[in-house]
Design a protein around this ligand. Structure first.
Ligand code: ZN
Length: 491
């Protein structure tokens, strides 16, 4: 009967499973590599410590009370990309930051040691997260960390945090069950049952380890998420199953725990279980802000001027959108009637769809910069496709327009990747290194030293210093006779 039970799962359970499994396989594939074939990388050493702005508004976020922060280092030896959630509650932020600092610290120390012993192989740290709103008003965050520090394989690990933005409360697994020992025993039993009937774990479970890791102790189930009406429990690689199973994700329908769960987490009766999440409810109500400087005219590039053709430059902004920086950049560009190209991360567009929409509405070109800012040369083709298509979809959903160009994170690409991608790949020739110096005055200096007719300039719309330095760049280039075009308009 076990088989038929699995087949009778409701479609949404399958959907949740599929998305989690897709996620997992991406993360795993991401780091199962040993070679990096002719990856092109740019930029140099030294990084600035992350800057976290405390006064940032969460108004524009599609997830009320939560914003997404990004830290990207384009260092060629120890690159990393970290996306993490922040709220207005210090204890939640501190918990997330502690996890990130540990992961980043471990990675950087390992890479330093590799360098010391003469290894030339670049590493990669990629931390991303998925956010699952629950009908209780709380969110489950699943942090996915991929680390590659040399050798044959990388390592993927999960961390979860469950948080209620309205109350500011971080919810632990025992809170769901009223701290009752009898409920814990039931949870333990159900997790074991679901491990046994999980077809992806067939013949892979390490019996003794599994029994130990699912003993009725709250700490055994601390990595969990509430996804729709399922309690999802995460285990590390090798914790309950052999390596072929990867890091197991076990789903227990909340309906099986209806007696044990406390009020806000009890599943509703099946009849009225049409899932309306707080996100859906709120995003419809969010006030639509009209862009005030909408009197921009099309940039007159070209033929009209005949043989006195103007010099062109393509300004590009990566890693956004950002609720604070992107609007400032849009305002400055509008002032100079300048068109630019924004290479967006899907994970950030998911949080700030309205800002992505504002970029398009202001007449700029939209580019795809992947979902998690992973080095795609470290990934298998289906994982690359997932990174790119998921980002295409969220951009199109949020703005009504699909991206027209693609920029690989870290500028890293190889032939395999180019064969997979359908969008034109756009790199750059002027690197402002704004991510490194974070200095408004240096932006102009780096542009001045290397710009020429037809240049593509790389900047990032997640650093305030870039927004602050942009006006001087636009004023200088204008005085030099340049016009500002999108990368696709560049001759
Ligand atoms: Zn980037």
């Amino acid at each position: 009967m076990n088989k038929s039970r699995n087949k009778q799962r409701k479609p949404w359970i399958d959907a949740a499973f599929i998305s989690m499994i897709a996620l997992l396989s991406i993360s795993l594939i991401f780091l199962s590599h040993s070679t990096k074939s002719n990856a092109k990388q740019t930029t140099t050493d030294n990084r600035k410590p992350p800057e976290i702005s405390k006064e940032e508004s969460t108004k524009e976020s599609a997830f009320p009370g939560i914003l997404i922060k990004s830290e990207v280092s384009n260092d060629e030896y120890s690159p990393y990309s970290i996306q993490y959630p922040q709220s207005k509650v210090e204890s939640f932020n501190a918990q997330i930051k502690k996890y990130i600092d540990e992961q980043l610290g471990t990675y950087l120390i390992a890479m330093q040691e590799n360098k010391r012993v003469g290894s030339k192989t670049p590493g990669e740290l990629n931390i991303s997260f998925e956010i699952f709103p629950h009908t209780s008003g709380s969110y489950s965050f699943v942090m996915i960390t991929g680390t590659y520090i040399g050798g044959a394989n990388g390592y993927t690990s999960f961390n979860t945090i469950h948080y209620h933005p309205a109350s500011g409360e971080v919810i632990e697994i025992d809170d769901l069950f009223g701290h009752e020992e009898s409920n814990l025993i039931k949870l333990s039993t159900l997790v074991r049952d679901n491990i046994k009937k999980d077809p992806s774990l067939k013949d892979k479970v390490l019996e003794d380890e599994m029994l130990l890791a699912t003993e009725p102790k709250w700490s055994n189930f601390e990595k969990f998420a509430l996804i729709e009406d399922t309690l999802v429990v995460y285990f590390d690689e090798y914790e309950i199953a052999n390596g072929a199973a990867g890091a197991p994700i076990i789903a227990v329908p909340l309906a099986e725990l209806i007696e044990q769960l406390v009020a806000p987490y009890k599943p509703k009766v099946p009849v009225d279980s049409l899932h309306k999440t707080p996100v859906e409810a709120v995003s419809g109500d969010e006030d639509v802000e009209e862009d005030e400087q909408s009197n921009e005219t099309e940039v007159q590039v070209d033929e009209q001027t005949g043989n006195t053709k103007k010099k062109q430059v393509a300004l590009t902004f990566d890693d956004g959108p950002d609720p604070k920086v992107t609007p400032k950049i849009l305002a400055t560009l509008a002032k100079y009637d300048a068109k630019a190209t924004f290479f967006m991360l899907g994970s950030r567009v998911e949080f700030y769809p309205e800002i992505a929409g504002d970029v398009l509405e202001a007449g700029h070109e939209l580019g795809n910069h992947t979902w998690t800012h992973a080095n795609l040369t470290n990934m298998a083709s289906d994982a690359i496709i997932e990174e790119v298509s998921r980002t295409n979809n969220i951009i199109e959903q949020s703005t009504g327009s699909a991206p027209t160009v693609f920029r690989p994170p870290y500028g890293a690409f190889n032939d395999d990747m180019l064969n997979i991608l359908s969008l034109p790949v756009v790199l750059w020739d002027v690197d402002t290194l704004d991510w490194k110096h974070r200095d408004a005055t240096q932006l102009l200096a780096s542009v001045k030293s290397s710009v020429h007719d037809g240049s593509t300039i790389l900047m990032h719309d997640i650093h305030l210093s870039t927004a602050q330095g942009l006006e001087s760049v636009l004023a200088y280039l204008t005085s030099e006779g340049y016009t500002f075009v999108t990368v696709s308009e560049l001759d």
